[in-house]
Design a protein around this ligand. Structure first.
Ligand code: NDP
Length: 332
């Protein structure tokens, strides 16, 4: 079976030759293990950080070895109690067609309750990031004016909609194309949205939120964070979720240059790591599944077909080709 290896550590923007599609034997499961045929692989911005050889909250990928990441698939052989062939599972050995793993590292999911790919997105890691980040870290209150960057992506599109569902008085989003901006307002119910490539973020944000913002959900960093610090009202909060504008930069960021404003405004800027919020999982699934069923929450996936296109899907994600969650569908 095939798996994707990291062939070289990207310098700046990754290129296709940083990745290699490699044939490798499928390991027969031992006691307590299962063999899974992957059906969908997740590609995520955080994977870019794992391509650098630096210490972080997740260890770096090793050169010449298979990468890993979120995946859903079907058990084809099991030496573990409670798992049988045909079971659908969510696990962490993506970037390969077949995965052999300790069953303790797999979670059974219900393909009847939601399409399998949803467990990588709206009902999975990116969904929980939005939910926990907005509610537990950001402490969203009714009437808050909210700004979210990366608003047409997997996390951002949910942040904006959940903010509206929970009573925000204004939700503004930014994204990188006119199509995405139109979709945010027309389909996802954002009050305003702008294309950050059209004009300076601070300028566009001031127009969209003339009375300032109370909560900023940061997926982008840099000038977006600087603009948000400028627009935040006294006692405003910023959830620092990601800084994708910087992931491929080789120099230190030029912005935010106005961090000292946080003092006078008594702002709270707080980092978010989704793995700290596993306790919210049952509440998250129940509430989001309800919104999906009622049609109050929309979600989109950008599905790339073919295992051999996984590296391209990752590169496209960094370029913003996706709307909503980017996933790779393997051949059935
Ligand atoms: P997305 O679905 O949002 O995909 C990434 C998007 O980033 C692209 O579609 C692109 O959209 C946008 N983008 C790329 N380059 C830039 C840039 N220079 N400036 C502004 N936008 C850019 O990915 P996710 O929803 O999975 O992740 C969103 C953020 O959340 C990331 O920063 C990620 O690292 C972070 N994250 C953090 C977690 C945590 O636990 N802290 C967990 C999960 C995600 P566009 O066309 O709009 O440019």
């Amino acid at each position: 079976a095939r798996e994707w290896h990291l062939a070289a550590r990207p310098q700046g923007w990754p290129v296709p030759t940083d990745f290699a599609l490699v044939e490798a034997p499928v390991r027969i499961p031992g006691p307590g293990e299962i063999l899974v045929r992957n059906a969908f692989l997740s590609v995520d911005p955080y994977m870019r950080g794992r391509m650098n050889d630096v210490k972080s909250y997740v260890p770096p990928f090793q050169l010449g070895e298979a990468m890993d990441g979120g995946a859903v698939g079907y058990v084809v052989a099991s030496e573990a109690e409670g798992f049988a062939p045909g079971d659908a599972v969510l696990h962490g050995l993506g970037w390969r067609e077949y995965a052999t793993l300790d069953a303790g590292h797999a979670v059974k999911v219900d393909p009847a309750a939601a399409p399998l790919s949803a467990y990588l997105g709206v009902l999975g890691m990116t969904g929980l990031t939005a939910y926990a980040g907005l509610l537990a870290v950001g402490g969203l209150k009714e009437g808050d004016k909210v700004f979210v960057s990366g608003a047409a992506g997997a996390v951002g599109s949910m942040v904006g909609q959940i903010a509206k569902l929970k009573g925000a008085s204004l939700v503004v989003g930014s994204a990188g194309s006119a199509e995405k901006v139109a979709k945010l307002v027309e389909e996802y119910g954002f009050d305003a949205a702008f294309n950050y490539k059209d004009a300076p973020v601070a300028e566009q944000l001031a127009k969209a939120a003339p009375d300032g913002i109370d909560l900023y959900f940061d997926n982008v960093g840099g000038d977006h964070l600087e603009a948000a610090i400028g627009a935040l009202n006294v006692h405003g909060r910023a959830v620092l979720c990601g800084a994708i504008a910087q992931y491929n930069e080789t120099a230190a960021p030029a912005a935010p240059r106005n961090l000292a404003l946080a003092i006078g405004k008594r702002l709270r800027l707080e980092g978010l790591l989704v793995r700290d919020h596993a306790a919210l999982q049952p509440q998250f699934v129940a509430e989001v599944a309800g919104w999906l069923a009622s049609g109050e929450l929309r979600h989109e996936e950008t599905v790339v077909d073919g295992f051999e296109r996984a590296a391209d899907a990752f590169l496209d994600l960094l370029r913003g080709v996706n709307t909503g969650k980017m996933v790779v569908r393997l051949d059935a």
